[in-house]
Design a protein around this ligand. Structure first.
Ligand code: T1G
Length: 697
């Protein structure tokens, strides 16, 4: 069926875009829209036009997949211009999302009506792009230069009410009245003697002479190193100095420059990688997930409270269990503080916050969790304690109840073995803070049933999180790779690089936070305990030596005011500590390590390549089933720069032949213990392959 249909109703042509799943502006849709405009213009019985979307959305934007396949005309700017040039009024009836090119189509119309639940925006910057169909020229004419820049640089949609307040839409109506309202509006425009209101003809408000310099300074920190934001500002500057048509031509050149940029390719990879996680390859396709609506969380500590908050926010029925009333009260207070913060940020109204908290049920009796759909255990990281709890849950809970552990380091198979139903037991490794972090590692054990995995994937999606299915191995995927990354950051200390140099080099490369600042944030005691309990820790006295010495000295990081850095009372700002510098020199001497000047390039290479090598081993071992899953984990759990696509995508973008020769060099210099070249890297380098290809293997 053609993705664009036209029906005429009482002299109004209703043009419906029907291109599932989100009405992306594919080439066929663009052709169909041009044909529909021609047909409406030719038809004397048509007085006006309404454009709407079938399904859940108006138009989600350009078809992002086309960017890598080569864009074929007609291009979106041409379609927008055609709509605007119509001499019969055209009205957009917006429901669901009108994003990117979808909003540009709407701005080409002579009027816009939105349903109350609709949202509109320009998310292009999140894909390393700019609005490339005259959005940078029309939006400033409609809402003013600064408001237009703010919307395009943030890349976040606004709801219908905000869109109406700012003038992007002309009216907001109930969803079930949208089409009628749009038809009435089109009819009124048709009856009016005034020419159709074309945004291109609106004057653009001037700004102060130094406005753009000031604006660039304002966004500099958060757009550091990114191409698209600067191109957006430049294109809006053109709106003030060029004719509309010339500025649209210049916009297209800036858009194309972004589209072919490595940053945009990486960001588009991230976009699709995050959508692939809901379809894990090893999942039995017909595994219909169990519907989860009633959840119990066992353990009311920080993680338990955060998980409970996430589940409540997703509308689930939540029971929080802990043996200690005090812990339960503490959890309730933590959740109240989370709600207050959300209310302060305008992300929630206070009534909703109170309602949410009122829905929380708590109990000290483990027996009260018997009839829920899913139990998530989130107690202290102790295997015996967890096994005891799971044995109890196994007896108390209904046979249909799924049992999950939030462990981050323990063997989920060993926990499952404490029950008579290991096929119903899996891991849900939330990342802290659980109510904020989108990532969950869904740990499938050797005995996990596909239905259980499918339920985990559906549950993560219901929470609005990214649930990545991983295998059960020490550290699963994220933390296992972090061990390699942290190991190099520790070794570099002994070899001559200061903590602040290491952190700065990696932050300048794009990491959200340096590894030593991360260690101080998480607590050096946490890593120390994990390492001390590992049976397979490397027999290497320099392995995390400084972190261990600091932890043994009670220097845990932010929580004790002293760690790798020192922290002024009440401050989270890391300050270099001369005492740590002396400890490092002393320990290097004791280990017979000759210190030297180390370049920032070497710091970045060793830490990032350690990630790539460990990621390759994780793929080899089948702990991750796709390279893109590893990227999703590191983009959403560890602050890997999104505009580099994730560690495995980054390796592919370098070229695995080059990656292979670098790892060979590192193995030659630092030995095979940590740098043995993974077989999968060797094979792929030999045949010119990519880690991404393994997903299809
Ligand atoms: N192009 C191609 N496929 C898309 C798509 C798009 N724009 N948006 C979504 N999909 C696919 C997605 O991969 C998934 O596929 C399915 O649709 C459902 O997506 C010219 C240059 C609209 C808020 O950035 O934000 O316009 O996994 O799970 O949760 O100036 O999709 O089923 O195979 O996300 O209901 C600008 C991107 C493009 C919007 C709906 N537009 N999409 O969320 O569904 S650039 C965007 C979204 C542009 C112009 C510029 C969301 C959504 P599969 P989903 P959802």
């Amino acid at each position: 069926m053609a993705p664009v249909q036209i029906d005429t109703l009482d002299a109004i042509a209703i043009v419906t875009i029907d291109n599932p799943p989100v009405n992306a502006l594919s080439n066929a849709v663009r052709v169909g829209l041009l044909e529909a405009m021609d047909a409406a213009e030719r038809d004397p019985a048509v007085g006006a036009v309404v454009i709407r979307g079938a399904g859940k959305n108006f138009i989600a934007g350009a078809d992002i997949r086309e960017f890598d396949q080569g864009l074929r005309p007609p291009h979106t700017p041409q379609v927008v211009a055609r709509i605007e040039a119509m001499d019969k009024p055209v009205v957009a009836a917006i429901h669901g999302h009108a994003l990117g090119g979808g909003l540009e189509i709407a701005l080409g119309c002579h009027g816009r009506v939105a349903a109350s639940g609709a949202s509109v925006g320009f998310p292009e910057v999140r894909l390393g792009l700019i609005p490339g169909a005259s959005g940078t020229q029309r939006l400033p004419r409609l809402v003013g230069v600064e408001a237009a820049l703010d919307l395009m640089i943030a890349g976040r949609p606004v709801d219908a009410a905000q869109a109406h307040d700012s003038g992007i839409v002309d009216a907001v109506v109930r969803a079930d009245e949208l089409l009628d309202a749009a038809i009435d509006y089109a009819r009124s425009l048709c009856a009016s003697d005034a020419a159709p209101r074309r945004i291109r003809d609106l004057p653009i408000t001037t700004v102060a002479a130094d406005f753009f310099v000031e604006y660039r300074n304002k966004i500099a920190a958060r757009t550091r190193g990114q191409l698209a934001p600067d191109c957006i500002v430049r294109s809006v500057e053109n709106a003030l100095t060029m004719s509309f048509d010339d500025a649209v031509i210049a916009e297209r050149e800036l858009f194309t420059r972004c589209m072919v940029s490595p940053q945009s390719k990486a960001l588009r990879h991230a976009f699709f990688a995050e959508r692939k996680v809901t379809k894990p390859p090893q999942l039995a396709i017909d595994a219909e997930p169990l519907a989860i609506s009633r959840v119990a969380i066992v353990g009311a500590g920080t993680m338990g409270a955060g998980i409970a908050q996430s589940c409540l926010a997703a509308g689930l029925d939540v029971m929080l269990q802990d043996l200690s009333e005090q812990q339960l009260e503490g959890a309730r207070e933590k959740m109240a503080r989370i709600n207050e913060a959300a209310i302060e940020r305008g992300r929630m109204d206070s009534a909703a916050g109170s309602r949410l908290l009122a829905k929380l049920r708590t109990t000290t009796d483990l027996g009260e969790v018997a009839s829920v759909d899913l139990v998530i255990e989130a107690v202290y990281e102790n295997l015996d304690l967890k096994r005891e709890i799971f044995a109890g849950l196994d007896k108390n809970c209904s046979p249909k109840t799924l049992l999950a552990t939030n462990t981050s380091t323990l063997d989920v198979d060993a926990i499952a073995a404490a029950t008579q139903r290991p096929e119903d037991v899996f891991g849900l490794h939330f990342f802290s803070p659980a109510h904020v972090m989108r990532l969950i590692e869904i740990v499938r054990t050797a005995s996990c049933s596909p239905v259980t995995v499918a339920a985990g994937v559906a549950f993560a999606r219901k929470l609005g999180k990214l649930g990545v299915v991983v295998g059960n191995a020490h550290g699963f995927v994220g933390n296992r790779m972090f061990h390699g990354y942290g190991r190099e950051a520790q070794a570099l200390l002994l070899e001559g690089a200061a903590p602040e140099q290491i952190d700065r080099a990696l932050v300048d490369w794009g990491m959200a936070m340096g590894p030593h600042a991360v260690g101080d944030l998480a607590g050096l005691d946490v890593g120390y305990k994990i390492r001390s309990e590992r049976r397979d820790a490397p027999d290497d006295p320099s392995y995390f030596r400084i972190a261990d010495v600091l932890a043994e000295a009670g220097r845990y990081g932010q929580k004790t005011g002293l760690g790798m850095y020192r922290y002024a009372p009440g401050s989270r700002e890391p300050q270099p500590d001369p005492e740590v510098a002396q400890i490092i020199v002393r320990e290097a001497e004791a280990l017979g390590i000759e210190r030297r000047n180390i370049s920032n390039d070497e710091i970045v290479e060793r830490c990032i390549y350690a990630l790539i090598v460990e990621g390759a081993r994780v793929l080899e071992a089948g702990i991750a089933s796709r390279a893109s899953d590893i990227d999703v984990i590191w983009l959403n759990g560890y602050g890997f720069p999104r505009h580099r696509g994730g560690p495995m995508y980054y390796a592919d973008s370098i070229g695995l032949d080059r990656v292979h020769s670098t790892v060979c060099r590192l193995e030659g210099k630092f030995g095979a213990r940590y740098w043995r070249v993974p077989r999968v890297l060797e094979d792929l380098a030999e045949r010119g392959g990519r880690f991404e290809d393994l997903a299809d293997a």
